[in-house]
Design a protein around this ligand. Structure first.
Ligand SMILES: Nc1ncnc2c1ncn2[C@@H]1O[C@H](COP(=O)(O)OP(=O)(O)OP(=O)(O)O)[C@@H](O)[C@H]1O
Length: 186
């Protein structure tokens, strides 16, 4: 059984990752794709109030479990669209460790700071300043297979760009290059 493809969307909060993921599930017409989002995993957690230390530990385990769930889905042949915020270096390192690099199409989802602030205000369900805080952190590793800019491009158009690119996936992938650069040699 071959492993599934992983379209990995990384960007700040409000950059449009979930919107692109939803569109991808509509426009991708070969294979069966699943949208796995870190928000979805966070929403599964117990509702009891946690201490700061409990929450920090639970958040780290949530993300580690999320990364391994992506790997497990792809390993048995499911195609996956991942929606994640790589705002701490360990998150990317962990993904590089557990995902098959040749399966991953790594997509940077960018958006201007002004538009992020506007969207965040309009949504009202994210802490003000979250996207600006993440802005310089999420793309720090500096390598992608493809980048989208949602500032003035619709989620549907970005999904179509990704679909077009997926058909001619490059090799080596950005994940292969990053793995060689960021992980110790085996
Ligand atoms: N391409 C776009 N053009 C205009 N508005 C957009 C675009 N993509 C998303 N939005 C709007 O921005 C807001 C955030 O979108 P979305 O939930 O897709 O972002 P996200 O990156 O998944 O955010 P989060 O990580 O906080 O969940 C929504 O109100 C959405 O309607």
């Amino acid at each position: 059984m071959g492993s599934g493809r992983i379209i990995f969307l990384n960007g700040t909060s409000s950059s449009g990752k979930s919107s692109i993921a939803r569109e991808l599930l509509t426009v991708l017409d070969d294979g069966v794709f699943f949208h796995l989002s870190v928000d979805g995993f966070n929403a599964m957690r117990t509702k009891r109030e946690l201490t700061r230390a409990e929450l920090d530990a639970a958040l780290r385990r949530t993300r580690m479990g999320f990364h391994r769930s992506i790997a497990a889905m792809a390993e048995v042949g499911n195609d996956v669209v991942v929606d994640h915020v790589l705002s701490e270096p360990w998150r990317l390192i962990d993904c590089l460790t557990v995902l098959r690099p040749e399966d991953v199409l790594f997509v940077g989802v960018r958006c201007s700071r002004d538009e992020l602030i506007r969207r965040e205000r309009a949504r009202g369900d994210r802490p003000p300043g979250l996207a600006a805080h993440q802005y310089d952190l999420v793309h720090g590793h500096g390598d992608y297979d493809l980048e989208c800019d949602t500032t003035s491009t619709s989620a549907r158009e970005c999904a179509l760009q990704i679909k077009d690119f997926l058909a001619r996936r490059p090799s080596p992938t950005a994940f292969s290059r990053l793995r060689a650069r960021c992980l110790p040699a085996p």
